[in-house]
Ligand binder design. Structure first.
Ligand code: PMP
Length: 436
């Protein structure tokens, strides 16, 4: 029996997980979504609207469900339900000024998240380097690693604002020389996210031109995460890097119906790009997810048909939504500024990042802790004040997590009542501080 026990133990000590999972097991969303569910009274953490999706979209889904076509409950084409890829090809063809083939230039995915996964699995090989601009939507790093690649980080650096004004996301910029220094013969791709989560930065034509030039010079691909393409404020313009010289053939554009139509739970996303890249994404897709829910694709297709018809008109959702969100942004900016939690005014997205410095005295730092201060602060805030937000360090690589310890990210894609409740919590907190 002694011998038997020994051999059993030996078997059980063998690692069960694949090596590619090493070091990527933690996930900020799993942790903070749970904290918010347990403690928050007001949740400005994870990026989703708490207002309803537009009627035309939910009505399209109801029609699809109850209408005459029972085949909408069955499988559809693997790489995208034909009505959806057709209208996406038309819509993005118009935006990019080029003829798109719905069958080869578009693929539908389970949210932008799976689109990203397909890109990294299909295009990144062992030993390849992938440039990621910090701060970044956190999944880029583990996804690159899972594909065997090495993430190479380049920061957006803040320039101090002029004469006491609030900072803007536009004040966070790439250093051109530093960016250029990250490109080498090992570089396979760069991930671009404009408008950027978490800062809300909308990259300018000059900034995109610089990135494009380096991509062309070094024969590098661009994975362009444009899920917030319609959420751009103050008359700013979202520029698609794929429309710049030499970029179409090396760019994959990623979009999300969740962000586009305020229905993040539907998890319908897409990629648009040249067949020479998309053919490999299709290989990953057909060997993993295979295809996405037919009925949700049908309803999203109808949403896009409506938007194609109303393109640029005041009734268009893509015109109305940013107007509404800009108001919500201004509202949250005002209430944060009012309590001294200085916000960085975002040019786009659902999010803004704010400086928590004046509130730090309530939340003691623990010297030499593994946890960045902003993360400790965000946890304290949700547990003690019932307000959920996300620490900025969640959007930095391990080595840079302590670079900006005094910022947290708020989501303002919320009902007025939610934003008011958040503002009330902050004001009460500030009064308590003043009187203590
Ligand atoms: N990219 C960015 C920059 C995001 O912020 C998100 C969602 N938070 C995604 C991709 C994923 O989008 P989806 O919900 O469509 O999977």
């Amino acid at each position: 029996t002694h011998f038997l026990f020994h051999s059993l133990q030996a078997k059980m000590s063998r690692p069960v997980q694949a090596r590619r999972l090493e070091g990527i097991d933690k996930n900020i969303w799993v942790e903070f979504v749970k904290l918010a569910a347990t403690y928050s009274k007001v949740n400005l953490g994870q990026g989703f609207p708490d207002f309803p999706a537009p009627d035309f979209l939910t009505e399209a889904l109801t029609r699809a469900l109850g209408g005459g076509n029972h085949m909408l409950h069955q499988y559809t084409r693997a790489f995208g339900h034909p009505p959806l890829v057709k209208v996406l090809a038309q819509f993005f063809g118009k935006l990019l000024g080029r003829d798109l083939d719905p069958m080869t230039n578009v693929m539908v995915t389970v949210g932008a998240y799976q689109a990203l996964f397909c890109c990294f699995q299909a295009l990144v090989d062992e030993g390849d380097e992938v440039i990621i601009i910090e701060p970044f939507f956190d999944c880029y790093e583990p996804m690159v690693k899972m594909a065997g690649g090495t993430p190479v980080f380049v920061p957006l650096r803040p320039n101090p604002p002029k004469d006491g004004k609030l900072m803007s996301s536009a004040d966070w910029q790439l250093d051109p020389a530093e960016l250029a220094s990250k490109f080498s013969e090992k570089t396979k791709a760069i991930v671009l996210n404009s408008p950027n989560n978490p800062l809300g930065k909308v990259f300018s034509r000059e900034e995109l031109g610089l990135i494009a030039e380096l991509c062309v010079k070094h024969d590098v691909l661009c994975i362009s995460d444009e899920v917030y393409e319609w959420l751009v404020y103050d008359g700013k313009q979202h520029i698609r890097i794929a429309s710049l010289q030499g970029m179409w053939d090396r760019t994959v554009i990623i979009g999300s119906a969740g962000k586009t139509f305020s229905a993040t739970g539907w998890k319908v996303g897409w990629v648009v790009g040249p067949d020479r890249l998309l053919q490999h994404l299709r290989t990953v897709h057909q060997n993993s997810v295979y295809h996405c829910a037919t009925i949700a694709q049908e309803a999203v297709a109808q949403g896009f048909q409506r938007e194609l018809m109303l393109y640029g008109k005041p009734e268009s959702y893509f015109v109305q939504l940013p107007k509404e969100l800009q108001q919500k942004r201004d509202w949250l900016v005002q209430s944060l500024d009012g309590v001294g939690m200085k916000p960085i005014i975002p040019e786009g997205t659902y999010f803004l990042v704010a400086d928590i410095s004046p509130f730090k005295s309530d939340v003691p730092d623990v010297p030499n802790s593994d946890e960045p201060y902003d993360s400790r602060f965000a946890k304290w805030m949700v547990k003690n004040k019932g307000l959920a937000a996300i620490p900025l360090s969640a959007f930095y690589s391990e080595a840079h997590k302590n670079n900006y310890p005094n910022f947290i990210r708020f989501c303002f894609a919320k009902e007025e009542a939610t934003l008011k409740a958040a503002s009330d919590i902050l004001q009460k907190w500030k009064q308590e501080k003043n009187s203590s």
